[in-house]
Design a protein around this ligand. Structure first.
Ligand SMILES: [Zn+2]
Length: 460
């Protein structure tokens, strides 16, 4: 369960990236058109707005009214087909707050023509930030504590990549020292944080560095889609916490990628390596890949800290922050302790696992959904469609793994191993199975709820 209060208290200044659509060109039954949300301090920033983006936001628990800015990379229809629908929703919600929309030149004309065509007069102002071809780098937003810059990528048509960068934050105030010096007034703290020296009542001058630590670097996120490999992608992604990069094709289809102005998984890994990003998340998958682990493997061959984007699954810029914010809903037995007992042995071949859609292929999922009716499926899996999207996208066992691995004492490396990684997936699933099998053997019933990304963060 997502603990909102905890997030507000501890999650300040942290960013959360939520892929909303990870398909390219055409949606599939389980993947939607491109859109990625960035949550930061209660505000939402939307990168591309494919059809279904606003519904996915609802499912993710991201409030559409909280959108501060929308960034459109280019005018291939799949990347902006959800825009007018979203604007209409904002209008119907009686939004009155200004909205920033950034994109290639023409975005303003497109929106105004559409509004005019439908005779809609918006109740809120749109602040357009248009980028013309030929501009090397443009700051499309520049706020007090963050900015967003755009650079042209290399696609068949003019296409922009974006980087969201928090500005450096002031260092932490050493409160013990401050007390010793007798600093009490708010204004004095403010001045010190701003790097100014202050004078106490007795005339003593205190220099800022005596009380305030080093400035802390801000978090950053780069959104790179659609493009062939290009140096601007590297510039956008340089030292970011998270790079979201398209990987439409596998390395085998490198020719096709070049022909259509897209990247392979290997290209994405190359950009991540050159940019020394901390985490690469690949998305924008061609519909031909039903098993995305092919792409994950190829990307990891070049850049190990890579995850598959999973629709609706949140990614924290600072993973240590997940602890305390996402709380396990159920107690799950420690596998390391019970693995020696015979009844506790994970049953890897269980058909039940398959029927729940946790197996690698989606084959078993369809008949079940059709056969047992939507209501049943939904109550069973709690996220309904989300659940299937989650698992089909790969790495479905991540959530189980997290809590099975005991105590939630994960470090960043753990995350890399678990998230998006198919290797350990059956491990998590089978522990779930074991509990189910226990039921069969009339042992005391465990209360266990299958976890989905929907459970995790539907409250912010
Ligand atoms: Zn695209």
């Amino acid at each position: 369960m997502f603990d909102r209060q905890c997030l507000l208290e501890n999650g300040r200044n942290k960013m959360i990236v939520v892929p909303l659509g990870i398909a390219s060109a055409t949606p599939t039954a389980v993947r939607h058109l491109p859109a990625v949300a960035l949550w930061r301090e209660g505000s939402v920033f939307l990168f591309d707005c494919g059809e279904n983006a606003q519904m996915s936001m609802l499912q993710a628990g991201l409030k559409r009214s909280k959108i501060d800015a929308i960034f459109i990379s280019h005018f291939d229809v799949d990347h902006y087909s959800g825009l007018m629908g979203l604007l209409s929703t904002l209008q119907l919600q009686r939004r009155d707050r200004e909205l920033t929309i950034a994109g290639p030149k023409g975005i303003k004309e497109f929106i105004e023509w559409n509004l005019n065509f439908s005779g809609v007069e918006l109740g809120f102002a749109i602040n357009y930030s248009e980028v013309e071809e030929g501009e090397e780098v443009t700051r499309v937003i520049d706020e007090e504590d963050y900015y967003v810059e755009a650079r042209p990528l290399k696609h068949r048509r003019f296409c922009l990549g974006f980087r969201f960068q928090e500005k450096d934050k002031p260092g932490k105030v050493d409160s013990e020292k401050a007390e010793k010096f007798g600093i009490t007034e708010d204004q004095q703290f403010k001045d010190l944080k701003a790097g100014k020296n202050i004078k106490l009542a007795d005339g003593t001058e205190i220099e800022a560095y005596e009380i305030v630590g080093h400035p802390r670097p801000g978090d950053s996120f780069a959104y790179v889609s659609d493009t062939e490999y290009c140096p601007n992608a590297v510039k956008l992604a340089m030292n970011t916490n998270i790079l979201y990069h398209e990987a439409t094709f596998g390395n085998q289809l490198a020719d096709k990628a070049k022909e259509t102005g897209h990247s392979t998984a290997g290209d994405a890994a190359r950009v991540a390596t050159e940019a020394q990003t901390k985490l690469l998340v690949i998305g924008h998958f061609s519909a031909r890949y039903t098993n995305l682990h092919v792409l994950l493997k190829e990307a990891r061959d070049g850049f190990y800290p890579t995850w598959l984007a999973n629709e609706l699954r949140p990614i924290f810029t600072d993973p240590t922050h997940e602890r305390g914010i996402i709380k396990p809903k159920v107690e799950i037995k420690d596998l390391t302790k019970s693995s020696s007992s015979s009844d506790g042995r994970p049953s890897h071949s269980s058909g039940r696992r398959d029927s729940r859609g946790q197996s690698r292929g989606g084959k078993n999922f369809r008949p079940r959904r059709g056969g047992s009716g939507g209501g049943n499926y939904r109550s069973d899996n709690r996220g309904g469609g989300n659940y299937s999207r989650d698992n089909r996208g790969g790495g479905g066992g991540y959530r189980n793994n997290r809590y099975n691995s005991g105590g939630g004492d994960r470090n960043r490396d753990d995350r890399y191993n678990n998230r998006g990684g198919g290797e350990r997936r059956s491990y998590g699933s089978s522990s779930y199975n074991r509990d189910r099998n226990d039921d069969h053997e009339s042992q005391p019933k465990k209360t266990i709820t299958p976890r989905t990304s929907y459970d995790d963060f539907d409250r912010f």
